[in-house]
Design a protein around this ligand. Structure first.
Ligand code: ZN
Length: 133
């Protein structure tokens, strides 16, 4: 026979039963996500990324016809080297522009994650697709 002298005395000091279920007064706003971007700004940002990608890929593709035309016009090593140098500069600028385009969803660079520059069709940070609008 164990002495069960359990005496529950005074459990009322933990919670006040009087006014605990009163709603806060300013609960009228519709739940808006704090980081939800403006749809118009989102589309503009995605258009900007797409446009800069287009310039970059157009520069890459233009390499062969450009060198072909340069070879037709002036088939010397010097003019070919100049054409190539101009192409590299343009490629660098377009790559830089597209690399510095920010993803409107996560705010990071769309094509750049750390030191890696990848022209995938999704954001390297939040997987936001290039055709998202
Ligand atoms: Zn992103």
């Amino acid at each position: 026979m164990h002495g069960t002298d359990s005496q529950y005395d005074g459990g009322e000091s933990l919670a006040r039963p009087s006014e605990s279920d009163e709603l806060p007064a300013a609960a009228s706003t519709v739940c808006a996500l704090p980081n939800q971007p403006d749809p118009v700004a989102f589309k503009q940002a995605m258009d900007l990324i797409r446009r800069r990608r287009k310039y970059f890929f157009a520069t890459v593709i233009a390499y062969m016809p450009l060198m072909w035309v340069a070879n037709k016009i002036s088939p010397t090593f010097r003019s070919m080297a100049i054409t190539f140098s101009v192409w590299v500069v343009v490629l660098f600028i377009t790559a830089l522009y597209s690399a510095l385009a920010r993803c409107p969803r996560c705010g990071h660079y769309f094509h750049m994650n750390g030191m890696s520059l990848l022209y995938l069709r999704r954001c390297l940070h939040c997987q936001n697709h290039i055709n998202a609008s």
